[in-house]
Design a binder for this molecule. Structure first.
Ligand code: ARG
Length: 459
């Protein structure tokens, strides 16, 4: 097939070069965006009197038919076409003749591809944002059911202080809320349309760039044509957002993996969201979480690839930038599938509150509360800290919890101990008392949940 750019060439392209140069095998998924862009461009051309109304009608009719045929996979897009932009123009011209050849008036593939990728990133970001809304709903639901479910909170993976499983879920909800905000911010920053930037220097036709921009749902046309064709910041920003999001999902996955182990046994995954071993009949593995943790590296890689590709490119368009697509596609595909399996996995997992409670009973996580008890009775905190430490050592020696030491034993260390100490170091008391804003008390977590629900409703 002759190239659309064949004019100045006297030889056909070498076959290997053809294959090397072509992006059609991966950029064909941009066909809806490419057609959307062409519909808007031709509409604007007609309204500006640059093409006739009849030509525009023919172009629109032809593009709609091509879109339907592509939706139904009736057209095979192969390497003869080089890329999706040339493919559609060529198929259109075969269909409607000269009108098809007028579509590209005042446009270059450089602003065309810059537009297509931008439209694609915008659509994908909105999809991810919807999935995150679902994830937030799930986390809030689990939190609501578990405001009183005592869980040992950890630092250094050592049992530290009592929290609730609801508090833990709300921590993740807060991370995801920031992810949503970051995505919305990216959408705002990228809200300008590159169409009309031409190859690099605009065009001599009287284009109405603001009209094209508004037809395509952008608030404005971008301000500089060189930047318009060579800006891929929005891809990088989107992939940065996705990388941070994956980091959050990976941390949650890491915890779920630990919680599923016999060592913790804080949760039980639903059979539909766990996998077995080919040799060990007893195994029920949290493969989903391991894959999410693993795929996080892959999304970081996607971001690194494009950052590295972009850093040495002089203005304006260079073919290096064709390398923007596969990593952007991969990052979105990966994040979406991760969220699609993670959400129902969380929804169906069983919270083993007894096991959480038992673990909480064993780790001396009420030691701070015992020190606070003595402090409230007048002892300087540092002294209270030291005495409680000694009591922990004693309890360890006796293989007991702090609450199992008798009042006489406690009094050997300080006269300030009274009967009310047992209530003061009861785990539920410890939890209820942590009322500071952001803390784990059921009342406070309920407040956090309310704030989060308002955020979800505002989306
Ligand atoms: N397939 C190309 C890309 O994805 C389209 C733009 C080509 N422009 C050019 N001047 N060769 O970047």
């Amino acid at each position: 097939m002759a190239k659309l750019w064949a004019g100045r060439f006297s030889k056909n392209t070498d076959e290997t070069v053809n294959a090397f140069n072509a992006s059609i095998l991966f950029d064909q998924r941009l066909y809806p965006q490419d057609i959307e862009g062409s519909l808007a461009h031709s509409e604007m051309l007609a309204r500006q009197g640059i093409i006739s109304l009849e030509d525009k009608e023919a172009i629109h009719q032809g593009l709609k038919e091509i879109k339907e045929a592509l939706d139904q996979k009736q057209i095979v897009l192969d390497q003869r076409y080089e890329d999706i932009h040339m493919a559609i123009e060529q198929i259109l011209t075969e269909k409607i003749g000269d009108a098809g050849k007028r579509l590209h008036t005042g446009r270059s593939r450089n602003d065309q591809v810059a537009l297509d990728v931008r439209l694609y990133v915008r659509k994908e970001l909105l999809e991810v944002s919807e999935l995150l809304k679902e994830l937030l709903r799930t986390l809030v639901q689990i939190a609501k059911e578990n405001t009183h479910t005592i869980l040992p909170g950890y630092t250094h993976l050592q049992r530290a202080q009592p929290i609730s499983f609801g508090h833990e879920m709300m921590a993740y909800a807060n991370m995801i809320r920031r992810d949503v905000k970051r995505i919305h911010n990216t959408l705002e920053v990228m809200d300008e349309c590159p169409l009309g930037s031409g190859a690099l220097a605009g065009t001599t036709y009287p284009l109405d760039r603001e009209l094209s921009a508004s037809l395509l749902g952008f608030s404005k046309a971008c301000d500089n044509s060189l930047d318009g064709v060579s800006d891929r910041d929005y891809c990088l920003e989107a992939m940065s957002d996705l990388s941070i999001l994956m980091m959050h999902l990976s941390r949650l996955s890491e915890e779920v993996i630990a919680w599923c182990s016999w060592e913790f046994k804080f949760i039980e995954l639903d059979d539909a969201f766990a996998t077995g071993s080919s040799i060990m009949p007893q195994k029920k593995n949290p493969d989903i979480c391991e894959l999410i943790r693993g795929k996080t590296g892959r999304v970081y890689g996607d971001l690194m690839q494009l950052l590295t590709t972009m850093k040495g490119i002089p203005l304006a368009y260079n073919k290096d930038m064709q390398e923007d697509k596969e990593s952007v596609f991969d990052a979105f595909d990966t994040v979406k599938i991760c969220l699609q399996v993670l959400i129902p996995m969380l929804e169906t997992m069983q919270v083993l509150d007894e096991n959480m409670k038992n673990a909480a009973m064993k780790g001396f996580i009420n030691a701070t509360d015992m020190a606070d008890y003595l402090t409230r009775k007048g002892m300087p905190f540092r002294d209270a800290y030291k005495i409680t430490g000694q009591l922990v050592a004693k309890a360890l020696e006796k293989k007991q919890g702090l609450n199992e030491l008798s009042l006489d034993e406690l009094k050997e260390y300080s006269d300030l101990f009274e009967d009310d100490v047992y209530d003061a170091i009861d785990l539920l008391t410890c939890l209820n008392a942590r009322l500071t804003k952001g803390g784990p008390s059921p009342a406070e977590v309920s407040r956090q949940i309310k704030v989060m629900e308002e955020f979800i409703d505002s989306l």
